[in-house]
Design a binder for this molecule. Structure first.
Ligand SMILES: NC(=O)C1=CN([C@@H]2O[C@H](COP(=O)(O)OP(=O)(O)OC[C@H]3O[C@@H](n4cnc5c(N)ncnc54)[C@H](OP(=O)(O)O)[C@@H]3O)[C@@H](O)[C@H]2O)C=CC1
Ligand SMILES: CCCCCCCCCCCCCCCC(=O)[C@@H](N)CO
Length: 308
């Protein structure tokens, strides 16, 4: 029955010979994805703000794969700049909206400037990218008859709210709502949406984040095992190629996917089965995790009151 029900129908999104545009492709997860996609024979473009970082990434990808990628310097917050960059890049088959910024801080201590900055880059930037890429993408699926993909980089903090991530989690949860609605709108054009949910990942951005990360954020985020950027990139590309809507990256991510399946699209009958069977038990596991997190927070505040 689930094999009949699972929608949208499964699809293979090939990468070889196709144009893959990756934002935030000059660093971390984006750079790892660009390298892996180039290695698989895709024509790759990377987009970021800093021209120097883009050149360095281009050199690094050439050294690793022998392939030259296209570079596009633009700030995703600037709708016009994004439109011009996509015009210059030409029609895209696989759009990876991976750019993202994260500065963890309790909301009370975080400036609204910083909150807006995260929402503008992580969420509004993705709107600008999708708007700019979609028209040519649709024409292209019609021409080639091959499915295209819009992949959006969320985070496990986009599946569960985490202490210190009020702004970041909001921006990443929002991408899921956007992605669910967008999948309805683009399925008739043979475009698959994929949402990627990595745990803590070793990247330059993560290194930077650590300088300011509250201890409680470290502890709670530590409930999910850390990963290397190359491994996240591998999972992300595999998810994109098989047209999966929800793309978890590690074991805890697979549990989170079942726990938060909600009303998300599901193409895989096997995953649909896991979700139906796992719903109760994963809800129980989720309550155990929350019990643990709230105990940790309670103890942390109790201890800090005593010492101050
Ligand atoms: N690392 C982690 O622990 C996790 C990361 N993620 C998500 O994965 C994505 C990548 O993270 P990570 O690899 O760590 O990030 P990095 O900080 O290492 O790299 C970020 C990339 O995004 C680009 N970028 C930042 N701001 C803009 C902007 N305004 N316009 C265009 N490009 C921009 C940067 O280039 P430049 O500065 O030159 O613009 C850079 O290429 C993010 O969306 C992040 O939220 C999700 C879960 C865990
Ligand atoms: C029911 C089953 C539950 C399974 C375990 C749940 C574990 C949740 C941990 C949340 C981790 C959030 C990491 C965010 C990383 C990130 O995005 C930052 N590094 C910034 O980029």
């Amino acid at each position: 029955a689930l094999a009949f029900l699972a929608r949208p129908r499964g699809a293979r999104v090939p990468l070889r010979g196709r144009h893959v545009l990756i934002t935030g492709g000059s660093s971390g997860i984006g750079l790892a994805m660009a390298t892996a996609a180039a290695r698989e024979g895709a024509r790759v473009s990377i987009l970021a703000r800093n021209a120097r970082g883009l050149q360095e990434a281009r050199d690094a990808i050439r050294a690793a794969t022998g392939v030259d990628v296209g570079v596009l310097a633009a700030d995703v917050r600037d709708e016009g700049a994004v439109a011009r960059a996509l015009q210059e890049a030409g029609p895209v088959d696989v759009l990876v909206c991976n750019q993202g910024v994260f500065v963890p801080q309790e909301l009370e201590k975080q400036d609204m400037e910083e909150v807006k900055w995260m929402v503008d880059i992580n969420l509004m930037g993705t709107f600008h990218l999708v708007k700019a890429a979609l028209p040519a993408m649709k024409l292209r699926t019609r021409e080639t008859g091959l499915p295209a993909s819009i992949a959006i980089m969320s985070s496990q903090a986009g599946q569960v709210g985490v202490y210190g991530y009020t702004a970041y989690s909001a921006s990443k949860f929002a991408l899921r709502g956007m992605g669910e609605a967008l999948q309805h709108e683009v399925i008739a054009d043979n475009i698959r949406v994929s949402l990627i949910f990595p745990p803590d990942t070793e990247t330059p951005g993560f290194e930077e984040e650590h300088k300011r990360r509250p201890e409680l954020t470290n502890i709670i985020a530590g409930s999910s095992g850390g990963m290397k950027a190359d491994d996240v990139a591998k999972k992300a590309l595999a998810g994109i190629k098989s047209g999966r809507f929800i793309v978890p990256c590690n074991f805890e991510g697979a549990m989170l996917a079942v726990a938060t399946a909600g009303l998300s699209p599901q193409s895989s009958p096997l995953m649909a089965f896991a979700e139906v069977i796992g719903a109760g038990i994963m809800r129980f596991a989720a309550l155990c995790f929350q019990w643990n997190w709230f105990s940790t927070i309670e103890n942390y505040y109790a201890k800090n009151k005593k010492t101050t």
